[in-house]
Design a protein around this ligand. Structure first.
Ligand SMILES: CC(C)(COP(=O)(O)OP(=O)(O)OC[C@H]1O[C@@H](n2cnc3c(N)ncnc32)[C@H](O)[C@@H]1OP(=O)(O)O)[C@@H](O)C(=O)NCCC(=O)NCCS
Length: 178
């Protein structure tokens, strides 16, 4: 398994690295928690090892020069904390766009919540995106996801209100010009 799919990124407390199959148990422990998946994807907990392995595989396939889904770990002791992402965001059906929008996102294990890790890790992705010449990032949250909206605002993203533009649903939109 190659580990040169994407860069390792460092912050004061965190290491962001390409996930691999050894992270399957962590992914299972995280995405099986109802509070984690409540506002993401189908909203259904993924309880099986197979689902977690498929998720890690998908995350690895996301890597390009800009994009990826990084595993976030504690720099000091390598404890896995969650995942952060940069990827083209899917437009809702019928939306005509001249170019893709790049989404920034964050998912943490509940044991890691409340430490400002999400904003710190996502900050490293903002720096990475800038270094790759990207001009604009978007984030979307479920309208009721107060913690995630707070993370976007901590990143100095601008709240743009509700939009039907992405994921075939109505989301709260945040943008950041780089
Ligand atoms: C979103 C998520 C990453 C935030 O994690 P976190 O550890 O709370 O994040 P941070 O500590 O960096 O910051 C969260 C901020 O939101 C605040 N907050 C927490 N819950 C909140 C709520 N319900 N309403 C408003 N603000 C809230 C916190 O006080 C904190 O602000 P502060 O640092 O000024 O005190 C975490 O809740 C998570 O992983 N949720 C499940 C996955 C998910 O929904 N991801 C986002 C999809 S869009």
């Amino acid at each position: 398994m190659t580990e040169d799919l994407g860069p390792t990124l460092l912050t004061a407390r965190l290491r962001l690295r390409v996930p691999n199959e050894t992270d399957t148990v962590f992914a299972q422990s995280m995405y099986s928690v109802p509070q984690v998946v409540r506002y993401i994807g189908s909203g259904e907990p993924e309880r099986s090892r197979q689902q977690a392995a498929a998720r890690i595989e998908r995350y690895r396939e996301r890597f390009g020069s800009l994009t990826g889904v990084w595993l976030v770990e504690d720099r000091a002791n390598r404890t896995p904390l969650g995942f952060v992402l940069l990827k083209p965001i899917p437009f809702s059906s019928g939306v005509e766009a001249e170019q893709e929008d790049i989404e920034i996102g964050w998912h943490l294990h509940p044991d890691a919540w409340g430490n400002s890790f999400a904003a710190e890790a996502a900050g490293a992705l903002v720096t990475h995106a800038e270094s790759q010449g990207l001009r604009r990032l978007v984030a979307v949250t479920h309208p009721d996801n107060g913690a995630s909206k707070a993370v976007a605002l901590k990143l100095d993203m601008t709240a743009r209100g509700l939009t039907p533009r992405y994921y075939n649903t109505t989301c709260e939109l945040f943008t950041l010009d780089l």
